[in-house]
Design a protein around this ligand. Structure first.
Ligand code: BJ8
Length: 423
């Protein structure tokens, strides 16, 4: 990696903390990803992106800023990338997948807060996330109580915070509210950039994001093959990088790896042997660098064939209809697309269980591992009804609760191994 010290200083990063984080990440990446066998050649691009995630990609974002674009950071797949792009801005997902500066975090948040929320506080307090620091505006959404209340504290830690209110039901009233929220978001972006979103720019934004979703869908479908042509770890990594990379280049690279995987499927080549146990993961999102559970699962010899998660199919599943010939019609289409996201903060949320069943059939999964982050009420509460419904269909389920620490690795491995043996 080139020397980015000056850039990191200009962004206000804490060098000691940041170096420690990069060191840890580098080691984890080597031992988890590079140790895998039979990786597709196309993964070399994604390895490169990861190796330059705090370097070249940040430099690119700064160059975009110099050319007049604004960078919009967010924590939720409800923040519409189509609208961000239409406003001439760039969207980045703020990853929150590792513990950092825990002592500092617990001075401002209760201990029993989910790891994801603690993580973005830790990245901010420890000054280690260049994406957070390069963002011109950070959007926080009212989803779970944890995020909603923690944003009341977080908003004072960043220079330009925007709160997006989201409904928790899918009634006509809730739909109306979401449309008003998206319109306010458009106004905010227009005010920031001094430019109006036009029919053409919104169509273009929709086309770019739809193409990215279609490429990720193609990747998902290829994982239905037995033997699976790509590991769950690598597929998860691609889904994680979807939140950081330039969307057009990313789409090209995902399609390129899909071309390679199609050939592998034709030739019956897989990352594991045919008939290796096939697992579907369902639950909380796994942000970079949260690879703990997938690496435990795949180290047992099983292969993960899908993620029912926002960093996975829940976040990317649906396309936005781009056929309307006026701006309001396109905004309606965006609202309709986003209201299909079946996050556990919604009630009722029968669609999610239906999707889990559908995915386990589509990808020929032998069992489902429900992943809940400790203290995440929406997903942990929902895991009981998910388990009941899946068991009615004779789908084996393992419900796990964990956090970002390494302390429960042994216990998790034992439970996962036992599950993989019976499926
Ligand atoms: S649309 S899943 S990205 S809110 S793990 S912080 S829910 S206590 S992340 Fe999410 Fe948007 Fe929903 Fe998706 Fe709260 Fe649970 Fe923590 Fe969570």
């Amino acid at each position: 990696m080139a020397d980015y010290t000056q850039m990191w200083t200009e962004l206000g990063l804490n060098h000691d903390n940041h170096n420690a984080l990069l060191d840890n990440l580098g080691h984890a990446y080597q031992s988890i990803f590079m140790a895998q066998e039979k990786r597709p050649e196309g993964m070399s691009y994604f390895d490169f992106v990861m190796s330059e995630a705090h370097g070249l990609r940040i430099q690119e974002l700064r160059e975009e800023q110099e050319a007049g674009r604004k960078i919009i950071g967010s924590f939720c797949v409800f923040v519409p990338e189509e609208i961000v792009l239409a406003a001439g801005c760039t969207a980045v997902g703020l990853c929150a997948g590792a513990d950092f500066a825990q002592e500092e975090v617990e001075k401002v948040l209760p201990r029993n807060t989910c790891s994801l929320i603690k993580s973005f506080f830790g990245f901010k307090l420890g000054k280690v996330c260049p994406y957070m620091e390069v963002s011109d505006m950070i959007v926080g959404e009212n989803t779970c109580d944890g995020k909603k209340k923690s944003f009341e504290i977080f908003k004072d830690m960043v220079p330009n915070f925007y709160q997006m209110d989201l409904p928790q039901t899918k009634t006509p009233m809730a739909r109306h509210m979401l449309k008003q929220e998206f319109k306010s978001f458009i106004e905010k972006l227009e005010e920031m950039t001094g430019k109006s979103i036009s029919l053409e720019s919104l169509k273009q934004g929709i086309a770019t994001v739809n193409a990215k979703r279609q490429a990720l869908r193609r990747l998902s479908m290829l994982r239905a093959a037995d033997p699976a042509p790509i590991s769950g770890l690598d597929a998860l990594l691609i889904n994680q990088i979807a939140f950081l990379d330039n969307p057009i280049r990313f789409t090209e690279k995902v399609n390129a790896i899909c071309d390679e995987l199609e050939l592998k499927v034709k030739e019956n080549e897989g990352v594991k042997t045919a008939k290796a146990p096939r697992v579907l993961i369902s639950g909380c999102p796994m942000a970079i660098p949260n690879w703990k559970l997938p690496s435990i699962i795949e180290s047992t010899g099983a292969v993960i064939v899908g993620e029912e998660s926002c960093i996975g199919e829940r976040g990317q599943r649906n396309l936005t209809d781009d056929t309307a010939d006026n701006l309001d019609g396109l905004i309606d289409a965006i609202v309709d697309r986003y209201l299909k996201i079946d996050c556990a903060v919604f009630t009722p949320n029968q669609e999610r269980v239906n999707h889990i069943k559908e995915m386990s059939q589509q990808y020929n999964a032998d069992g489902v591992i429900h992943y809940g982050l400790q203290f995440c009420q929406p997903y942990i509460m929902e895991s009981f009804s998910v388990e009941k419904e899946l068991e009615k269909q004779n789908i084996s389920v393992l419900r796990l609760e964990t956090d970002y620490s390494q302390e429960d690795m042994g216990q998790l491995s034992t439970r996962v191994e036992a599950f993989v043996e019976i499926i």
